[in-house]
Design a protein around this ligand. Structure first.
Ligand SMILES: *[C@@H]1O[C@H](CO)[C@@H](O)[C@H](O)[C@H]1NC(C)=O
Ligand SMILES: *[C@@H]1O[C@H](CO)[C@@H](O)[C@H](O)[C@H]1NC(C)=O
Ligand SMILES: *[C@@H]1O[C@H](CO)[C@@H](O)[C@H](O)[C@H]1NC(C)=O
Ligand SMILES: *[C@@H]1O[C@H](CO)[C@@H](O)[C@H](O)[C@H]1NC(C)=O
Ligand SMILES: *[C@@H]1O[C@H](CO)[C@@H](O)[C@H](O)[C@H]1NC(C)=O
Ligand SMILES: *[C@@H]1O[C@H](CO)[C@@H](O)[C@H](O)[C@H]1NC(C)=O
Ligand SMILES: *[C@@H]1O[C@H](CO)[C@@H](O)[C@H](O)[C@H]1NC(C)=O
Ligand SMILES: *[C@@H]1O[C@H](CO)[C@@H](O)[C@H](O)[C@H]1NC(C)=O
Ligand SMILES: *[C@@H]1O[C@H](CO)[C@@H](O)[C@H](O)[C@H]1NC(C)=O
Length: 441
């Protein structure tokens, strides 16, 4: 009985430590979502004009190239007569219509953003960013995108039974890990004109909310952490097989960029993230974050953080790093990254986000000599809290581009000399239990 209870307890602890991943709920960004707003801005018999906008309401997760691809399923035989600020990838079968052909007759159109520099007559306000959306913290002016289209509802006999502006169903944004809910009717959007002296409003507005889940995006981690400290010569590497095991099926890697397979030339399938082509390492992760406790002063201590790209197939633009450490509340100086504390007034006050400085290190280049970015940070030693003992100086959690990184296990952390009696006895006890349990299951 006692054993069953204990196993139950261990199981619960084990599951609880993974809960944030499986539920798609991020405690650091609990309301994070991408919202699609569908505004009917002009309606007539048989057709209407809709303004569709996407907003990335996520604190630290952004939408990278090749960007969003918005898709939906029309209820009836609607067609898109024309579109500005974006385009449908396929025109489809328009043979049932005579005269001028519509922009798209697809039942399930896929809409892609236009590229920056699109001719003015094809633009609309806030458009044409190549599908890229910044996170809210990184660039509040670039987290939204809009396009406008005129829709032909068709003149079928059941016009009376249909709503005049039927809203399509089954929205997707074709980004790995995101799922979208059903459209919800919300109070109509209001638009200002004449320099703010007049307000107009949409005929009708619907919202679709899309939520990210790391487990849906990828079953394998994308990043790992290694640690070192000035007081110990050991560099604790990323755990072996953090992301894949070298030599196992599905884990291809290469030793030099000159021997890249033709994989790189494949057109990008946006529903699944391009498989990283990583350099052969014992961790096999595309990204490694190294935390080095560099120096100790009387009142401050200094940490050097290095992010290394092991992926030959990708430059990480607009990357972000979220870190959790109990001393981050006393961060004094950050040398070559941007920094913003997260959740300042929430229950967690030890977390912050780092990201690159524009035109300097906001692009983490592909694996190779230039494939790393680094910074040093200076932290105030909080009286009553600060210590170099028991791995306190190392981060509790790190995520890169919103994906959690694999950490070394605490009993491997670099130790202060002569502190052999400060081992993590509890951890030493529980890890074998978990391992046994995992083998049993
Ligand atoms: C989406 O994010 C916005 C902005 O943070 C928030 O106001 C809204 O409640 C969120 N929606 C959902 C369904 O979580
Ligand atoms: C195109 O649509 C018409 C009528 O809607 C249909 O008769 C025809 O078979 C379709 N053509 C193709 C290639 O699907
Ligand atoms: C939307 O998707 C669901 C489930 O895949 C399906 O049952 C439904 O028919 C779809 N709706 C439309 C309008 O295609
Ligand atoms: C609908 O989306 C708009 C724009 O994204 C947002 O301002 C509004 O709060 C949303 N409404 C609801 C009820 O989620
Ligand atoms: C990469 O180099 C290591 C050690 O030199 C070797 O064991 C491994 O087989 C090489 N892998 C590939 C894919 O060439
Ligand atoms: C990354 O950027 C560099 C410099 O801009 C470019 O030469 C390289 O082709 C890019 N690599 C990838 C995989 O896009
Ligand atoms: C979080 O830290 C900031 C400054 O580091 C402090 O001003 C704030 O009161 C703290 N909030 C909580 C809830 O402890
Ligand atoms: C450095 O840390 C490692 C890993 O915890 C430990 O095994 C080693 O004894 C430490 N070295 C010294 C000189 O204390
Ligand atoms: C080792 O443990 C003893 C008592 O448990 C304590 O007094 C001593 O300070 C510890 N030594 C170190 C280096 O932590």
């Amino acid at each position: 009985m006692g054993l069953v209870l204990m196993l139950g307890l261990i199981m619960t602890l084990y599951l609880a430590s993974f809960a944030p991943l499986s539920y798609g709920y991020d405690p650091l960004d609990p309301t994070g979502n991408i919202t699609i707003k569908w505004d009917i801005i002009q309606g007539d018999v048989g057709n209407y004009v809709a303004k569709v906008s996407l907003f990335n309401y996520q604190l630290f997760r952004h939408v990278e190239p090749p960007g969003w691809r918005l898709s939906w399923t029309w209820e009836g035989d609607e067609v898109i007569w024309n579109m500005v600020g974006a385009e449908a990838t396929l025109q489809g079968n328009c043979s049932r219509l005579k005269g001028n052909l519509p922009h798209s007759c697809e039942k399930k159109p896929v809409i892609v953003d236009l590229l920056p520099g699109t001719p003015y007559n094809m633009q609309v306000a806030n458009c044409c960013k190549g599908g890229v959306l910044s996170s809210m913290i990184q660039d509040p002016s670039k987290y939204g995108a809009s396009f406008q289209m005129s829709v032909g509802v068709g003149s079928t006999s059941d016009t009376e039974t249909k709503s005049p502006y039927p809203i399509p169903a089954n929205f997707t944004i074709e980004l790995p890990g995101y799922t979208c809910g059903p459209p919800l009717k919300v109070p109509p959007s209001r638009f200002t004109s004449d320099g703010g002296r007049r307000w107009t409003q949409a005929v009708g507005t619907w919202n679709v909310t899309c939520i990210y889940s790391q487990i849906r995006a990828s079953l394998t981690p994308k990043c790992c952490v290694s640690l070192s400290a000035f007081y110990n010569a050991t560099i604790v590497p990323c755990p072996t097989c953090s992301c894949h095991c070298q030599g196992l099926p599905g884990a291809s890697c290469t030793n030099s960029s000159s021997k890249l397979p033709p994989l790189l030339q494949l057109p990008h399938d946006a529903t699944e993230e391009a498989p990283p082509l990583v350099s052969c390492t014992q961790h096999m992760c595309p990204i490694k974050v190294h935390w080095h406790v560099k120096q100790s002063y009387r009142e401050y201590w200094r940490v050097k953080i290095t992010i290394t790209n092991f992926n030959f197939a990708k430059n990480y633009s607009q990357w972000s790093l979220v870190m959790q450490h109990p001393n981050l509340g006393s961060l004094t100086e950050v040398f070559s990254f941007n920094y913003k504390p997260l959740n300042q007034h929430g229950p967690i006050n030890d977390t912050g986000m780092f990201w690159g400085i524009q035109f300097y290190n906001d692009m983490l280049l592909q694996s190779g000599d230039g494939g790393n970015v680094q910074t040093e940070i200076l932290l105030n030693k909080d009286a009553g809290m600060f210590t170099f003992r028991e791995g306190w100086a190392f981060p509790r959690k790190i995520s890169f581009d919103g994906n959690e990184c694999v950490m070394p296990s605490p009993e491997d952390y670099p130790r202060l000399p002569n502190s052999a009696n400060t081992t993590f006895r509890f951890t030493l006890l529980i890890i074998p239990c978990l391992l046994i349990l995992m083998f049993l299951l």
